[in-house]
Design a protein around this ligand. Structure first.
Ligand code: TXE
Length: 481
């Protein structure tokens, strides 16, 4: 099985190869075997991409917004027309089941292109009366932006960054994760086919070194990262050197609170979606499932039964509902956490074992306490921790006792309580009686160590533009001397 792209990079409107960079072998997570090879961007490739983005930016920003929007909308349609081929490629890149990549990854990317394509022509400023004189504001693009992606949702992340960035008149150099380099190249190809001028969206390959080099360039005005908290800290620091704008979508250890009056089957379904989808490699997962003590055993019984129906297997097989982890390193890391959970006294209710290759069984720990490592650190694998609680104030305090603040969930039939708890949880996004739905119309992002800024929704427009103010003098100048 091979999935070699036309070339490693996409620069200034076309595929671009330079084999002087170190080779990056792309491994299919289901087999661990190579399916493609790309080459890390050399200094020459990085310079070509940045120069192209800088050259293209003023003309792109000067286009009528409705024309920029039309290009993005057209790209969304091309993605939908090529849905099956793209889903297959995403499965090869990530190991996620085809049943997921058909409905979640590129489709969510297409939604972003369509949504921000539609919004492009609505980005306006305000007029400010000053008593005779007046002022007006414009929302102007930052200029050249860098997008840096993680490996868990490579196509979606590329689209979620490119769509608002381009709608607002920025140009972008995007660096996908070195583990999943393939999807972003397709996005560049599709945007170009849709009419994006050369240089508007470029893709270069490489790991942290290439990312750091891109961020450090003097032409760059904005950096948007999806990744882990330690990388976020590094990227934020580097961006600060050049006083660059940032959006940071980082990790989480989100609470999902199930009160005794909740629809338990719905809560079980949400807990499973929020821990096992994409083999648990989702930043907003509700990995600390707090269940009110009186319904805990009932909840665990239903959960264990449904978890047994998860089908691990070949991600290209339609019947597979969970794939492998992304890499050997991630597999070993997750197995390490499972061992630690057991050593620290958590009760294993399901799973706990490695499958063949990089597969890990969907794993449930019960009787987890707040101080256990598995309750504190982001595992990024199919490991659910169930903790008990007795009352509302207690569970809110415990849910908030973390450095993270990406997401949260609350299940209850009590309307007042649902909104009260949602208001008190320290999270960028809180779901009531559902979990992990991230439609593009809704802002998404974290508080505390989980991030800065927001993606999606109208809120994203504020993070891809800045305000320019113009004061208009209408009378003479009243100088005191
Ligand atoms: O992520 P990194 P990695 C967690 C997950 C995983 C761990 C490490 O637990 O095991 O993080 O994964 C680029 N300047 N999450 O190493 O390092 C890097 O090349 C500029 C959770 O894949 O955060 C990649 O493109 N760029 C998370 C991107 O940053 C740099 C999603 C993310 O890499 C850089 C991913 C630098 N100095 C991993 N160093 C979530 N919660 O969503 C790295 N990069």
């Amino acid at each position: 099985m091979q999935a070699d792209p036309t070339a490693s990079h996409f620069v200034d409107g076309s595929y671009h190869e330079d084999k002087d960079g170190a080779a990056i072998e792309v491994l299919y997570p289901a087999t661990g075997k190579p399916i493609a090879r790309v080459y890390e961007a050399t200094d020459a490739v990085i310079e070509a991409a940045l120069a192209a983005a800088a050259r293209a930016q003023s003309d792109w920003a000067a286009l009528r917004p409705v024309e920029r929007g039309r290009i993005l909308t057209r790209a969304a349609q091309i993605i939908r027309d090529r849905a099956e081929e793209l889903a297959r490629l995403e499965t090869l890149d990530t190991g996620k089941p085809i049943s997921e990549t058909r409905v979640a990854d590129w489709p969510s990317g297409a939604d972003a292109l369509e949504y921000f394509g539609g919004l492009a022509a609505t980005i306006t400023g305000e007029t400010i009366p000053l008593g005779g004189d007046w002022a007006y504001t414009m929302r102007v693009p930052h200029g050249v932006a860098i997008g840096i992606g993680a490996w868990n949702y490579p196509a979606q992340i590329a689209c979620w960054k490119a769509a608002p960035a381009l709608a607002c008149g920025n140009t972008m150099v995007f660096k996908p994760s070195e583990v999943t380099p393939l999807g972003a190249l397709k996005l560049a190809e599709i945007l170009t086919e849709a009419g994006a001028p050369p240089g508007v969206f470029n893709v270069v390959q490489g790991a942290g070194r290439v990312g750091a080099q891109l961020i450090g360039d003097g032409r760059v005005r904005k950096v948007s990262l999806t990744g882990s908290v330690p990388t976020g800290r590094r990227v934020y620091q580097a961006a600060a050197e050049g006083i660059r704008h940032v959006t940071m979508e980082l990790g989480g250890k989100s609470p999902l609170i199930v009160f005794a009056d909740a629809d338990l089957d719905a809560a079980v379904g949400a807990a499973m979606l929020g821990n096992f989808y994409s083999a648990g490699q989702v930043c907003s997962n509700g990995t600390r499932v707090f269940v009110e003590a009186s319904v805990k055993e009932d909840f665990l019984g239903r959960l264990a039964k449904r978890t047994a129906s998860i089908h691990l297997g070949d991600p290209l097989d339609e019947a597979t509902t969970m794939g492998p982890l992304i890499s050997a390193a991630q597999h070993d890391k997750v197995m390490g956490y499972i061992a630690k959970g057991q050593a620290e006294g958590a009760r294993l209710v399901a799973g706990g074992k490695a499958g063949t290759g990089w597969f890990v069984q969907p794993t449930i720990f019960a009787d987890v306490t707040d101080t256990m490592t598995v309750a504190q650190e982001e595992i990024f694998g199919p490991v659910m921790c169930v903790l008990d609680f007795d009352d509302e104030a207690e569970v809110i305090a415990r849910a908030n006792a973390t450095q993270f603040g990406l997401a949260a969930g609350v299940f209850t039939k009590d309307l007042a309580r649902a909104h009260r708890v949602a208001g008190l949880l320290q999270a960028g996004t809180t779901w009531i009686n559902t979990y992990n739905l991230t439609p593009v119309e809704m802002p998404f992002g974290g508080t505390k160590a989980s991030g800065v800024g927001r993606e999606n929704g109208r809120a994203a427009l504020e993070h891809w533009t800045e305000v320019k103010t113009v004061y208009v003098g209408q009378g003479g100048v009243d100088a005191p001397w």
